[in-house]
Design a binder for this molecule. Structure first.
Ligand code: BGC
Length: 247
């Protein structure tokens, strides 16, 4: 079965049909820059463009970089504030005329990694961290997701953790890998102290450069590995989450 997965991010909105049984993208991804300001109508119009590009008629799964409960967006750290309280799922469904599931981006990435990537077969506690514009988190116990954990906003040294250790901050402050690696290490150790996971999976675009910063990250007990699906995890996880709409 194929489902269209769409990943709504702070800088780009990208999508591709996904073969649900293998987690593979059926075609190349199609990407459109995120509108600025990233207001609900404008973002939903871009999603519609992506759906049109693939001439898609079936269900779609969409990620969103915020808390999403039953389709309603409840936070907006890296998108326009007018999203708060918006039923994004309903809005996208109305625009595209496709049955839609909207879920948090890190949750989607985690779902994909647990099924097809670095978390495959792990039946302990797994924490997926996505390091990008913000820090996204997804927690699994015995393969079951606890949705909408927002551990990117833990306070570290009096600051929101994602304002110290996200990949955006690495770039903005021009931190070298050692320096940034130390910041991520402090963050990972804090999360480990609070949740005692068996495994951390580090995702987000920067996970391609894992060899540069992973050596600095030393959880006390947990194992730590880079994500395997890299930039596709959100698209794949979103499509998987929407597969229930097709059955
Ligand atoms: C948001 C999360 C999101 C993460 C990654 C954070 O700022 O609060 O909901 O998962 O960024 O995009």
């Amino acid at each position: 079965m194929q489902i269209l997965g769409i990943d709504i991010g702070g800088s780009g909105i990208k999508g591709a049909p996904v073969e649900i049984d293998t987690g593979e993208l059926v075609t190349d991804r199609f990407r459109i820059p995120t509108p600025d300001p990233s207001k609900p109508e404008a973002v939903a119009d871009v999603v519609k463009e992506i759906v049109k590009n693939f001439q898609w008629k079936g269900p779609i799964g969409c990620t969103f970089p915020a808390i999403v409960r039953r389709g309603v967006v409840e936070s907006a750290a890296n998108v326009d504030d007018s999203w708060i309280g918006t039923d994004g799922q309903k809005l996208i469904q109305k625009k595209t005329k496709c049955p839609t599931i909207l879920l948090n981006d890190a949750d989607a990435a985690g779902i994909a990694e647990m099924e097809f990537g670095a978390g495959r077969g792990n039946d302990g506690v797994v924490i997926m961290l996505t390091l990008g514009t913000g820090i996204g988190t997804a927690i699994f116990n015995k393969g079951v997701l606890l949705p909408n954990t927002e551990l990117g906003h833990l306070e570290i040294r009096g600051k929101d953790a994602e304002m110290r250790a996200s990949d955006r901050i690495r770039q903005e402050k021009d931190l070298d890998w050692d320096n940034w690696g130390e910041r991520v290490n402090e963050y990972v150790q804090r999360v480990e102290y609070l949740f005692s996971p068996d495994l951390f999976i580090i995702g987000g675009g920067v996970s391609k450069k894992a060899d540069k910063f992973l050596p600095h990250i030393k959880p006390v007990h947990a194992q730590i590995v880079p994500a395997q699906l890299l930039n596709d995890a959100g698209i794949v996880g979103a499509a998987m989450a929407a597969s229930a709409l097709a059955s």
